[in-house]
Structure formats: structure tokens, C-alpha cells
Design a protein around this ligand. Structure first.
Ligand SMILES: [Zn+2]
Length: 322
């Protein structure tokens, strides 16, 4: 079982130049050794263990696992079509406990904080300015987890009898996102939260319970009250999932088109669009990986220092509207 999640996260404060340790990590990803003056480093909180508005949260163990999975992942700013080379990369990631703060579940508040860098090239100037001036405050991150467990009984939350947000003997029921399997790239979001809190998720997995209910339906057997509720819930979930699937496909396609324009400009967008339409998700991912590799190879050899210009904040704002 495998659940894909997209959560919004926050960019923290202004960026800076890397320290020595960070520069070493950065140079592990670059083809040419960069100096501290050539990169911009900033912090981003990817997720935490607080219960979100979906009544779900990551466990401390999940955050630890995600800290490993997010290292090396890239961030893109895909709402700006001219932003083909604007990429950030996570160089380190750690779970930090915030002293004195507790979660709704009454345990110490922890968050996953990443350090990421952007080369100070002309291409990335806009994005760096946007982060510096606070236009870009959020990123949307994606990951997949193996199972969402009920905080009360520990079972798969979709199969047990507890309801998220309710209390049982004083204990709050929430979905605990467990067994992270993978972390995906993140996107910079200029306008916070396109959909609600920017929380978009898809659930995919075994539907053992449903099989039983569906068999009953097929054989014309009456469904009990709780089975009916589960069935209705399942249908809603499928609808959500279809929306998320479409959303994921759209963002993946946009990324492939963006990369394609950068690495094979001779192929028109229209052609690439019509090809992408017929590709499976796996094929789209394959193309993306191949294009990214090509783009890496063609990265500008000499990044240039970026002068800070803040007064263009308003003039630039339009570029970052979704
Ligand atoms: Zn339960």
C-alpha cells in the first residue's frame, strides 16, 4: 500500500551564503566546484508532526525517515514558464524539536527543516529575489507513505471504526502517516494554498474491506449500516483520488514540457504536448529524469554573482501569480 501526499510547507526567512560544510555538500551535486559567493542557501520547513486540517500528521519516526529521503531532491518554480533553469536542491535535512511547543496530540512539536541551495545565476535571480523579498513563502512538497494508522488503535485508519477528530477516552483520533517510502521534488508556491491549505493527497492501496462489500452488492445481499457508510466513504475517496491523479499528471506534464523546452528547443511545445498526452505516468517520469540529466549537463558553466534588488518587488509580483 502506498499513499501519495502533497503538503504545503514554509520557506523560512531570508537566504544566505553557505558555510563551509554546506559548500562541501553543494559541491557534491555540481559539475564544477562553486565558491560560496556563487550560491544562495535558504531554509525550508517541509513538514511537522502537528495534526493538519485533514486530521493527519507525520510521526516522529516518519519525519526521521523523510529527513533521509528529502536530501538531494530538487525544487522547481513551475508556474513561471520562463523559469526553466530555476531549480533548488536540498543539501541537508534534519528533524528539530521546538522547545516549549506541544502538538494537539500532546507530544513535543518537531519539524523537518531542510537547507537548500540555488545557484546565483541570471536564470535564478528572479526566484532568489522572490524568496528574499517574501513573495515566495511556501513550497508544496510531495511524498508517499506506506500506511496511515489510526492514532487510537493503530490499525489502517480507513478500516477501523474510529473517526478522525473525535476523542476516545480522552485520546484524539488522527491519521498517523507511517512508513515513508519516497519523497518527491518540491515546487515553490507564490500564492499560498491553491486548494485549501495546499493539502492535496491521493490514497492508493488494498481495498480488502471493499472487496467484501462489493461481493455482497454483487450477490444482492443487504448491506449493514456501517458497510453502507464505508462504501459511501470509499466512493468519496475515489473521487478525491481521481482529482489528485489528474493534478499529479498535470504537474508532471508541465514539468516535462518545461524541461523539454530547455533541452530540446527544436521540438515545439505543441508536438511535445501531444506526445505527453499519450504517455503513461511512468513514461512521463522517465522522460523527466532523462531531461533533467541532460539539463544538468548543459548547466551554464559560469554562474554570476547576483546583486540584491528589492525595489522591484511589486513589479515582479505578477510573475509569481499562479
Ligand atoms: Zn482506530
Amino acid at each position: 500500500m502506498d499513499q501519495v501526499l502533497h503538503k504545503s510547507a514554509a520557506v523560512q526567512g531570508e537566504g544566505d551564503f553557505p558555510d563551509e560544510r554546506e559548500l562541501e555538500l553543494i559541491n557534491g551535486y555540481t559539475r564544477r566546484r562553486l565558491s560560496a559567493g556563487e550560491v544562495y542557501v535558504f531554509s525550508v520547513v517541509l513538514c511537522d508532526n502537528e495534526v493538519d486540517r485533514d486530521g493527519e500528521r507525520f510521526t516522529r519516526e516518519s519525519l526521521d525517515a523523510l529527513a533521509r529521503l528529502f536530501v538531494g531532491k530538487t525544487g522547481i518554480f513551475d508556474h513561471d514558464p520562463s523559469a526553466k533553469n530555476q531549480t533548488a536542491r536540498i543539501i541537508s535535512c534534519e528533524v528539530e524539536q521546538v522547545q516549549g511547543r506541544v502538538t494537539a496530540m500532546k507530544d513535543p512539536y518537531c519539524r523537518l527543516r531542510a537547507r537548500a541551495y540555488i545557484p546565483r545565476t541570471e536564470n535564478c535571480l528572479g526566484l532568489i529575489e522572490a524568496i528574499d523579498s517574501g513573495i515566495v513563502k511556501e513550497v508544496s512538497v510531495g511524498c508517499s507513505v506506506g500506511i496511515t494508522r489510526c492514532s487510537v488503535c493503530g490499525e489502517d485508519i480507513r478500516l477501523c471504526s474510529h473517526t478522525k477528530g473525535e476523542r476516545y477516552g480522552g485520546r484524539l483520533c488522527c491519521g498517523e502517516l507511517c512508513d515513508p517510502l519516497d519523497a518527491y521534488e518540491f515546487s515553490f508556491v507564490a500564492v499560498p494554498a491553491q486548494r485549501g491549505a495546499g493539502v492535496i493527497k491521493a490514497v492508493r492501496g488494498k481495498e480488502n474491506n471493499m472487496n467484501i462489500i462489493i461481493k455482497k452488492l454483487e450477490s444482492g445481499e443487504q448491506l449493514g449500516e456501517s458497510e453502507r457508510t464505508k462504501l459511501l466513504g470509499y466512493i468519496c475517496e475515489l473521487e478525491e483520488r481521481a482529482k489528485d491523479g489528474a493534478y499529479y499528471r498535470d504537474s508532471l506534464t508541465a514539468e516535462v514540457l518545461r524541461l523539454s523546452a530547455a533541452v530540446q528547443p527544436a521540438v515545439s511545445r505543441a508536438t511535445m504536448e501531444s506526445v505527453a498526452k499519450r504517455m503513461s505516468l511512468a513514461q512521463l517520469r522517465e522522460f523527466r529524469a532523462a531531461f533533467e540529466e541532460k539539463l544538468d549537463e548543459s548547466l551554464p558553466p559560469r554562474p554570476q554573482l547576483m546583486p540584491k534588488k528589492r525595489n522591484e518587488k511589486n513589479a515582479r509580483n505578477g510573475e509569481f501569480t499562479i
